[in-house]
Unconditional design. Structure first.
Length: 171
Protein backbone atom coordinates (compact mmCIF):
# COMPACT_ATOMS: atom_id res chain seq x y z
CA UNK A 1 0.00 0.00 0.00
CA UNK A 2 1.35 3.41 -0.92
CA UNK A 3 1.62 6.30 1.49
CA UNK A 4 -1.12 8.77 2.29
CA UNK A 5 -0.87 12.23 0.72
CA UNK A 6 -2.61 15.32 2.10
CA UNK A 7 -3.14 18.13 -0.41
CA UNK A 8 -5.47 21.02 -1.11
CA UNK A 9 -8.79 20.03 -2.62
CA UNK A 10 -9.48 20.78 -6.28
CA UNK A 11 -12.76 21.30 -8.10
CA UNK A 12 -12.41 17.75 -9.45
CA UNK A 13 -12.57 16.43 -5.85
CA UNK A 14 -16.00 17.92 -5.09
CA UNK A 15 -18.08 14.82 -5.88
CA UNK A 16 -15.87 12.52 -3.80
CA UNK A 17 -15.67 14.98 -0.91
CA UNK A 18 -19.47 15.25 -0.88
CA UNK A 19 -19.75 11.47 -0.84
CA UNK A 20 -17.33 11.29 2.11
CA UNK A 21 -19.13 14.08 3.98
CA UNK A 22 -22.64 12.66 3.54
CA UNK A 23 -21.64 9.03 4.22
CA UNK A 24 -19.61 10.31 7.19
CA UNK A 25 -22.66 12.07 8.64
CA UNK A 26 -24.84 9.00 8.07
CA UNK A 27 -22.28 6.76 9.78
CA UNK A 28 -21.05 8.95 12.66
CA UNK A 29 -24.35 10.56 13.60
CA UNK A 30 -26.62 7.50 13.50
CA UNK A 31 -28.58 7.59 16.74
CA UNK A 32 -27.39 11.15 17.50
CA UNK A 33 -29.32 12.99 14.76
CA UNK A 34 -32.82 11.97 13.61
CA UNK A 35 -32.64 9.18 11.05
CA UNK A 36 -35.08 11.02 8.78
CA UNK A 37 -32.62 13.91 8.58
CA UNK A 38 -29.71 11.57 7.78
CA UNK A 39 -31.75 9.69 5.18
CA UNK A 40 -32.63 13.01 3.51
CA UNK A 41 -29.01 14.02 2.94
CA UNK A 42 -28.09 13.99 -0.73
CA UNK A 43 -24.60 13.46 -2.12
CA UNK A 44 -25.66 15.01 -5.44
CA UNK A 45 -27.11 18.15 -3.82
CA UNK A 46 -24.07 18.55 -1.57
CA UNK A 47 -21.72 18.16 -4.54
CA UNK A 48 -23.66 20.71 -6.57
CA UNK A 49 -23.53 23.22 -3.70
CA UNK A 50 -19.84 22.48 -3.15
CA UNK A 51 -18.96 23.01 -6.84
CA UNK A 52 -21.00 26.23 -7.01
CA UNK A 53 -19.23 27.71 -4.01
CA UNK A 54 -15.78 26.27 -4.62
CA UNK A 55 -14.06 29.50 -5.64
CA UNK A 56 -16.29 31.80 -3.55
CA UNK A 57 -14.87 31.25 -0.05
CA UNK A 58 -11.23 32.24 -0.27
CA UNK A 59 -10.89 32.22 3.54
CA UNK A 60 -11.68 28.48 3.78
CA UNK A 61 -9.01 25.88 3.07
CA UNK A 62 -10.16 22.41 2.05
CA UNK A 63 -7.72 19.52 2.31
CA UNK A 64 -8.08 15.96 1.06
CA UNK A 65 -6.17 12.85 1.99
CA UNK A 66 -5.60 10.39 -0.81
CA UNK A 67 -3.92 7.07 -1.35
CA UNK A 68 -3.33 5.51 -4.75
CA UNK A 69 -5.31 8.30 -6.42
CA UNK A 70 -8.42 7.78 -4.26
CA UNK A 71 -9.59 10.51 -1.91
CA UNK A 72 -10.30 8.91 1.48
CA UNK A 73 -10.84 11.93 3.72
CA UNK A 74 -11.54 15.64 3.81
CA UNK A 75 -10.98 18.51 6.23
CA UNK A 76 -11.81 22.21 6.10
CA UNK A 77 -10.52 25.06 8.23
CA UNK A 78 -10.31 28.82 8.30
CA UNK A 79 -10.97 31.77 10.61
CA UNK A 80 -13.14 31.10 13.65
CA UNK A 81 -16.69 32.27 13.06
CA UNK A 82 -18.45 34.00 15.94
CA UNK A 83 -21.77 34.79 14.32
CA UNK A 84 -21.03 36.93 11.29
CA UNK A 85 -17.60 38.04 12.50
CA UNK A 86 -14.25 36.33 12.41
CA UNK A 87 -12.03 36.27 15.47
CA UNK A 88 -8.25 35.95 15.65
CA UNK A 89 -8.44 32.16 16.04
CA UNK A 90 -8.62 29.28 13.58
CA UNK A 91 -11.58 26.91 13.32
CA UNK A 92 -11.64 23.34 12.11
CA UNK A 93 -14.96 23.39 10.27
CA UNK A 94 -15.06 19.73 9.31
CA UNK A 95 -13.09 16.53 9.17
CA UNK A 96 -14.54 13.35 7.69
CA UNK A 97 -13.07 10.03 6.61
CA UNK A 98 -14.68 7.48 4.31
CA UNK A 99 -16.37 5.12 6.82
CA UNK A 100 -14.76 2.12 5.10
CA UNK A 101 -11.32 3.53 5.98
CA UNK A 102 -11.80 4.63 9.59
CA UNK A 103 -8.97 3.80 11.98
CA UNK A 104 -6.22 3.96 9.37
CA UNK A 105 -4.68 7.28 10.37
CA UNK A 106 -6.45 9.36 7.72
CA UNK A 107 -8.21 11.60 10.21
CA UNK A 108 -5.01 12.06 12.20
CA UNK A 109 -3.12 13.03 9.03
CA UNK A 110 -5.77 15.58 8.04
CA UNK A 111 -5.86 17.03 11.55
CA UNK A 112 -2.06 17.25 11.73
CA UNK A 113 -1.91 19.03 8.36
CA UNK A 114 -4.64 21.45 9.44
CA UNK A 115 -2.89 22.21 12.73
CA UNK A 116 0.43 22.75 11.00
CA UNK A 117 -1.08 25.12 8.43
CA UNK A 118 -2.83 27.09 11.19
CA UNK A 119 0.25 27.54 13.36
CA UNK A 120 0.22 31.34 12.91
CA UNK A 121 -3.10 31.51 14.79
CA UNK A 122 -3.04 31.40 18.60
CA UNK A 123 -5.73 28.72 18.93
CA UNK A 124 -7.88 26.31 16.97
CA UNK A 125 -11.51 25.79 17.92
CA UNK A 126 -14.05 23.27 16.69
CA UNK A 127 -17.57 22.10 17.40
CA UNK A 128 -18.48 18.46 18.00
CA UNK A 129 -21.79 16.77 18.80
CA UNK A 130 -22.05 16.45 22.55
CA UNK A 131 -22.90 12.73 22.40
CA UNK A 132 -20.32 11.83 19.73
CA UNK A 133 -17.93 10.03 22.09
CA UNK A 134 -15.58 8.67 19.38
CA UNK A 135 -15.03 12.15 17.89
CA UNK A 136 -14.54 13.68 21.33
CA UNK A 137 -11.90 11.04 22.17
CA UNK A 138 -10.19 11.71 18.82
CA UNK A 139 -9.91 15.43 19.51
CA UNK A 140 -8.92 14.95 23.15
CA UNK A 141 -6.06 12.62 22.11
CA UNK A 142 -4.90 15.44 19.81
CA UNK A 143 -4.77 17.93 22.69
CA UNK A 144 -8.17 19.61 22.34
CA UNK A 145 -10.25 20.30 25.44
CA UNK A 146 -13.86 21.40 25.88
CA UNK A 147 -14.02 25.06 26.90
CA UNK A 148 -17.58 25.11 28.25
CA UNK A 149 -19.27 26.73 25.24
CA UNK A 150 -22.34 24.97 23.90
CA UNK A 151 -24.77 25.53 21.06
CA UNK A 152 -27.53 23.63 19.35
CA UNK A 153 -28.65 23.13 15.78
CA UNK A 154 -31.95 21.81 14.58
CA UNK A 155 -32.23 18.62 12.52
CA UNK A 156 -35.68 17.39 11.50
CA UNK A 157 -37.27 19.34 14.35
CA UNK A 158 -34.88 17.98 16.99
CA UNK A 159 -32.42 20.17 18.86
CA UNK A 160 -28.94 18.61 18.68
CA UNK A 161 -26.36 19.83 21.23
CA UNK A 162 -22.77 20.62 20.29
CA UNK A 163 -19.81 21.47 22.51
CA UNK A 164 -16.83 23.58 21.58
CA UNK A 165 -13.27 22.31 21.87
CA UNK A 166 -10.09 24.40 21.84
CA UNK A 167 -6.38 23.78 21.48
CA UNK A 168 -3.56 26.25 21.80
CA UNK A 169 -1.37 26.55 18.72
CA UNK A 170 1.12 29.05 20.07
CA UNK A 171 4.57 27.76 20.95
Amino acid sequence: MSSLTVREMTLADCDRVSEIRIRGWQHAYRGLVPQAYLDGLSVAADAERRRAGFAQRTDVVNLVAERDGTVLGWAAYGPYRDGDTHTGDAELYAIYVDPAHLGGGIGRALLAASLERCSAWPRMLLWVLEDNAPARRFYERAGFRPDGAEERFEAAGVSVPEVRYVRSLAG
